[in-house]
Design a binder for this molecule. Structure first.
Ligand code: AMP
Ligand code: ZN
Length: 467
């Protein structure tokens, strides 16, 4: 399996530390607001990473943190005029609910920073002790000049950053690139006791401590959106390297942005839509399809037409399942081995090859389209169609589709096609036939067939069904 490693900036063969056991950490949200669908891209993608490793027979230890202490949370608490803890609790509950609504599996562990204060303080104390961190007026900073490899993850050189940085930026810092491990609290702000006085931890320390606590000194994959590469992941790595001399993670994976008019969707730019609001208009699998139909590293533009198109594509998958009466037939062994079985085996191999090539979900989805097409060919053998539908569900589930299959198949999967509408068209066709306009009658039948609607002329009249 090949993975693009942001550290080496190339695709590398993926070799887990322990074969069959994958350790994965992906940065979770800072809970000061409802998350937007740009964030959802990251959460959905790492959900797929986890699902695919499990599909391949691995046990996955997937850790995703909740950052529940941060400047932004404090600012929101002041705005809502409530305690910071209430803000954090409100939005972490909302985060968990919205992830569930998006069909994201709960991670194996979901630690919160405020539950890890003892470990965080001990970590900072160890960095101070080995001279990689220093205290200044109640704050503690990481001394970036003390670590020769600082910048190696993002490829940024310390000197380059020095040039642009304003010296007066923060007089407590020894170098402009030094970052905060512990921040002295101002009156009224949340605070914890520490060897450096009352204060709170910095985000980069929270994440590195939570990842190592659950996954060990070095783990397989560390992930997040590309905005986290620098400074967040660089600074996590710096702390781990300073303490252990070992890599924090062997592979660093970063998803591209969801953009709006070419700019990153973000809370600060106020160009965002919350996942909550989007889910009022669209099905979760539509959102999933919208993201997964592009490669995870490519930027995606927020585009309502494309989201609607994604909805139609998902509806087509369900229409294919409906066409073989999937639910009534599941559990029944395919009677005769379909003569075209090798074609289906090839398609499964294509799906795996796509996913093994740095999670090429766009190519994997193309395989789902082919399977859905085979399931709908009404001239193909019944067993072959059923086998294609079964494989469609098996592989689609790896990407997180078909989570509510019973519910989806119980309703008409193509909402615009209603019985009323088709009866109306059938009545026009009847008039055409009464006028002996056979050409028009056939055109109506063929046009409907293109939409997946099949007409049958019976002695009792014309009936219709979805192909
Ligand atoms: P935050 O709560 O801002 O720390 O973000 C949570 C996750 O969402 C991180 O992995 C971010 O990198 C990711 N993220 C934030 N904005 C976007 C965006 N517009 N597109 C894709 N991922 C994003
Ligand atoms: Zn993080």
């Amino acid at each position: 399996m090949l993975l693009y490693n942001s550290k080496s900036r190339k695709k590398e063969e993926f070799v887990p530390i322990i074969p069959g056991k994958i350790s994965l950490y992906a940065c979770g949200p800072t809970v000061y607001n409802y998350f937007h669908i740009g964030n959802a891209r990251a959460f959905i993608f790492f959900d797929v990473v986890r699902r695919y490793f499990e599909f391949k027979g691995n046990e996955v230890n997937y850790v995703q943190n909740i950052t529940d202490i941060d400047d932004k949370i404090i600012a929101q608490a002041i705005e809502e005029e409530i305690d910071f803890k209430l803000v954090a609790d409100k939005y972490s509950d909302a985060f968990i609910q919205d992830c569930r609504a998006l069909g994201i599996m709960p991670p194996t562990h979901q630690p919160r920073a405020t539950d890890m204060l003892n470990s965080i303080i001990a970590y900072i104390a160890a960095l101070v002790k080995n001279n990689h961190a220093y205290e200044a007026n109640g704050d503690v900073y990481f001394d970036t000049a003390s670590l020769a490899s600082y910048g190696s993850l993002s490829g940024k050189k310390m000197e380059d950053q020095m040039v642009g940085a304003r010296v007066a930026d923060n007089p407590n810092k020894r170098n402009p690139t030094d970052f905060t491990l512990w921040k002295k609290s101002k009156p009224g702000e949340p605070k914890w006791d520490s060897p450096w006085g009352e204060g709170r931890p910095g985000w980069h320390t929270e994440c590195v401590v939570m990842s190592q606590e659950f996954l060990g000194e070095t783990f397989d994959i560390h992930g997040g959106g590309i905005d986290l590469l620098f400074p967040h992941h660089e600074n996590e790595l710096a702390q781990a390297t300073a303490l252990t001399g070992k890599p924090l993670a062997n592979y660093w994976m970063h998803n591209g942005f969801l953009n709006v008019d070419g700019e990153k969707m973000s809370k600060s730019l106020k160009n965002f839509f919350t996942a909550r609001d989007i889910l009022k208009e669209h099905d979760p699998e539509t959102i999933r399809f919208f993201f997964l139909s592009k490669h995870y590293r490519s930027p995606i533009d927020f585009n309502r037409e494309l989201i609607e198109e994604s909805g139609r594509a998902v509806a087509n998958f369900y229409a294919a399942l409906k066409s073989v009466d999937y639910l009534s037939n599941t559990g029944i062994n395919v009677q005769n081995e379909p003569s075209n079985l090798s074609k289906l085996n090839d398609l499964e191999a294509d799906f795996i090859a796509a996913m093994d090539d740095d999670f090429n979900t766009a190519k994997a989805i193309a395989v789902l389209f082919e399977l859905s097409h085979i399931a709908r060919i009404n001239t193909a053998e019944v067993d072959e169609r059923m086998a294609a539908a079964t494989l469609l569900v098996k592989l689609g589930s790896v990407l997180g589709f078909f989570q509510n299959i019973g519910q989806r198949l119980a309703v008409n999967t193509i909402p615009i096609i209603t019985d009323e509408l088709i009866q109306l068209i059938i009545s026009y066709r009847k008039s055409a036939r009464e006028n002996k306009d056979w050409a028009l009658s056939d055109k109506i039948r063929n046009d409907l067939a293109k939409l997946g609607v099949e007409l049958k002329d019976t002695p009792e009249g014309c009936t219709w069904s979805l192909k």
